[in-house]
Structures are given as structure tokens and as C-alpha cells.
Write a protein that binds this ligand. Structure first.
Ligand SMILES: Cc1cc2nc3c(=O)[nH]c(=O)nc-3n(C[C@H](O)[C@H](O)[C@H](O)COP(=O)(O)OP(=O)(O)OC[C@H]3O[C@@H](n4cnc5c(N)ncnc54)[C@H](O)[C@@H]3O)c2cc1C
Length: 377
């Protein structure tokens, strides 16, 4: 039976769900976004492993301009002095159709909004009040409009306000005492890195990731720095004290325009208490970026929910949570472990880690269980 849905939030998860609903179902839906437009100015990079590309291909990701994406074949690991430790082949998880892909976030948004923009997106919409009327949910917005729907989908990010309207128990995201610094590089400068791969430079209490985002040699830089506080006015000195003090040669990476974020992750993964309300993407569970799976999991969760809604499963809520919890938990554990291992402060631990990494990246069984489980799904 045709249902009516309200999707709250036009990020990667909300837009992915909207695309699937539009292409493969008869359900009616509107995407409600609190901002006045889509944030297309944030040109930073996103990594999408084969698991998410396989899903996006179903909504015609192949039509995307090939010059605006990149397929790195491996991850090169370095110490903070830019000395290479080892290389991980990520090509092994690719198929001809679904390859590990890097691109600018804006490129992904341009693609996802294409079919949705005019008919299904409403901007400047913030929920004021929700109530249940018979089998439906009435949403009232702050601009005094409202919508009566069968399902509400919270796709409004890690600080989901949809959750605060429907859930009594708070699940406040946790500040992970770390800051992310982002920039775009026009070349690899004179660093000893491979501009065709993902480069991961690990230091004491920090790491840097540099990877191509298109065929124009633009590289995305992300630097994660442990810091007890987030002070956006103090980033230059944080970089000096925590990164450049370990290798002054990295200074040139931070000359261009930089953007910064405090890093949060979801404290625990909790189910929806209302059968008509679902959470996807970061609103379901927000991860540390150290496995680069946030966008990928947003896409996966949207796809899982879409399939359940399409099939009109009566116990959709239970199935969705059970399956998503399993998957999110794997990603959460791996992201947390990477966060810990990438940032060892003692040189003994760093040497030990480097020794084991050289060994483990070649062990097919280990790599298959650590990454294959996430990338292949
Ligand atoms: C530093 C950093 C690096 C990352 N790198 C990667 C990477 O390389 N690969 C990867 O896969 N992931 C990465 N991620 C994670 C990824 O960006 C997120 O996991 C993903 O964007 C989450 O998508 P989402 O749609 O769930 O939420 P969001 O992108 O947060 O979108 C939520 C949307 O909802 C809107 N909204 C919020 N509140 C309301 C409201 N009350 N009403 C209506 N609308 C609302 C917001 O304006 C926004 O448009 C990274 C994250 C960080 C912080």
C-alpha cells in the first residue's frame, strides 16, 4: 500500500533514501531540510568503499562525470617523518562494477540531489512539535506548516533533533577529544607520498590522510589531532604544537584555506522506541572518521531501510535495528581501534605497531576479516 514519508535532513543518508524511493517505489515522500539550501560549498573529500558504490550504482552512479572521481588502488602508511611503513592493496575488494572511490562531497551531493531537488525538497524546515493521530504522525514545523505521514525518517545527523522529539532517553554524542582539519592541496608538494593512493601519515597524537579526489590532481588533506578542547581560533597553534613539532616539513600542507571540526561519535547505539520512526546515517550512529565509513554507512542504512519499506514488512523496525546494529557495531569497533592505533605516543608502541602492520597488511585472512567484512558486505 502506498505510504507517506517525511525524511528529516537532506544529507547523504536522507538524499540516498529519497533517490531509492523515487526510482523504485510508489511511496510519497518529502525531504525537510532545516537550512535554506544544500551545503554545496564544502568541497572536502569523501571516501566510498565498494560496499557503498555497489548500492549507488543502483541509482545510476555510473552517470557521474568520470573526471570528478578517483579510484585509489591502495593505502600507503608512513610515520610522521614521512618514511614509508607499508602498503595495503584495496583493489582486492573491488569488482569491475564497484570500485573504491574518492570524490569531493559536493560531487556526491550534486549527483544525489539531481532527481530530488525540485519536487521533493523543502528548505528552512525545523520541527516544532510532533503528535500521533490514529495510525499516523502529525509533524508541525516552525513556519506553521505541517504534514501528516505514515513514517518519519530521522536523517538529521549526529545531533539528530528528530531523536529529541521522539525519544525520552537522551543519547548525547560524545566529544572524542580530537579535532579534524581539512584542506585541499593542488599538488603533493614535495612530500614523499603517492598521489594516486590514500596516504596515511601517523604521528604522536595525530594522523594525516591525503588522497586524490578527482583526475585534476586535487588532493584532500585531513589531519586529526588529539585535543582536549576545540577552539577554532587556535587551530594554527594546535597544528604547530602537535604536528609540526614532529615534522616541520609538513608545514606546507597547512598554507591554504583550512576548515575545522570537533570530532564526535554516538555514545551507544539505541533503537527507535516508535514503530513509525526510523533513524538512518549519523542519526542512527555517528562514527569516528578513522575507517572512513560515515558516508558509506549512511548510504547502507538508507538502502536497508528502503528495502524494508518497499517490502512493507510488518516487523520492519525490529529487522532494521537488528541488522543495522550488527553492521554499525563492527564499523564502530574498527574506527575506535584505528583511532587508538594511529595515534600511539610512545616510540616503542609506534615501532611495534609498524612492525605488526608490515606483517598484517600481507595476511589475506586478517585483511579479509578486518576490512573485507566492512567493504564487501
Ligand atoms: C572530519 C570528517 C571526515 C570524514 N570523512 C569521511 C570519509 O572520508 N568517508 C566517509 O564515508 N565519511 C566521512 N565522514 C563522515 C560523513 O561525512 C558523515 O558520516 C555523513 O555525512 C553523515 O550523513 P548524514 O546524512 O547521516 O548526516 P549529515 O551529513 O550530518 O546531514 C544531516 C542533514 O540534516 C540537516 N538537519 C539537521 N538538523 C535538522 C533538523 N532539525 N531539521 C531538518 N534538517 C536538519 C542538516 O542541515 C544536514 O543537511 C567524515 C566526517 C568527518 C567529521
Amino acid at each position: 500500500m502506498k505510504k507517506k514519508l517525511a525524511i528529516i535532513g537532506a544529507g547523504i543518508s536522507g538524499l540516498t533514501l529519497a533517490n531509492f524511493l523515487k526510482k523504485y517505489s510508489k511511496h510519497e515522500f518529502i525531504l525537510y531540510e532545516k537550512e535554506e539550501s544544500l551545503s554545496l560549498d564544502q568541497g572536502y573529500g569523501i571516501q566510498l568503499s565498494a560496499n557503498s558504490i555497489k548500492i549507488l550504482n543502483q541509482i545510476n552512479f555510473k552517470k557521474i562525470d568520470n573526471t570528478k572521481i578517483y579510484h585509489p588502488r591502495g593505502v600507503d602508511f608512513y610515520d610522521i617523518k614521512n618514511k614509508k611503513i607499508c602498503n595495503l592493496d584495496i583493489n582486492q575488494f573491488n569488482t569491475n562494477e564497484s570500485k573504491y572511490t574518492t570524490l569531493q562531497r559536493t560531487t556526491l551531493f550534486e549527483f544525489l540531489k539531481d532527481e530530488i531537488y525540485t519536487q521533493h525538497l523543502r528548505f528552512g524546515k525545523k520541527i516544532k512539535e510532533v503528535s500521533e493521530i490514529k495510525e499516523k504522525i502529525l509533524i508541525k514545523f516552525e513556519d506553521n506548516t505541517n504534514d501528516l505521514v505514515d513514517f518519519v525518517i530521522g536523517a538529521d545527523g549526529i545531533f539528530s533533533s528528530t531523536r529529541s522529539f521522539f525519544e525520552k532517553k537522551k543519547n548525547k554524542p560524545k566529544f572524542r577529544k580530537a579535532v579534524a582539519v581539512r584542506g585541499i592541496l593542488k599538488s603533493k608538494l614535495d612530500l614523499d607520498i603517492n598521489e594516486k593512493n590514500i596516504n596515511l601519515i601517523m604521528g604522536k597524537n595525530c594522523h594525516l590522510t591525503i588522497y586524490p579526489i578527482n583526475k585534476n590532481n586535487d588532493l584532500n588533506l585531513v589531519c586529526i589531532i588529539r585535543s582536549k578542547k576545540y577552539n577554532p581560533d587556535n587551530i594554527k597553534s594546535l597544528i604547530e604544537q602537535k604536528v609540526l613539532n614532529q615534522n616541520i616539513n609538513l608545514e606546507k600542507l597547512f598554507q591554504g584555506e583550512l576548515k575545522t571540526w570537533p570530532l564526535y561519535s554516538t555514545a551507544s547505539i539505541v533503537p527507535s522506541t516508535n514503530n513509525k520512526v526510523f533513524y538512518i546515517g549519523d542519526a542512527f550512529s555517528g562514527f569516528l572518521p578513522t575507517l572512513a565509513q560515515g558516508a558509506g554507512q549512511s548510504i547502507e542504512s538508507a538502502y536497508e531501510l528502503f528495502n524494508l519499506l518497499k517490502e512493507e514488512k510488518s516487523n520492519a523496525q525490529n529487522i532494521y535495528f537488528k541488522e543495522r546494529y550488527k553492521r554499525a557495531n563492527i564499523v564502530k569497533k574498527r574506527s575506535n581501534l584505528n583511532f587508538f592505533v594511529f595515534h600511539f605516543s610512545s616510540s616503542i608502541m609506534q615501532n611495534l605497531r609498524n612492525f605488526f602492520m608490515k606483517f598484517l597488511v600481507k595476511r589475506k585472512s586478517f585483511i579479509n576479516s578486518y576490512l573485507g567484512k566492512v567493504y564487501k558486505n
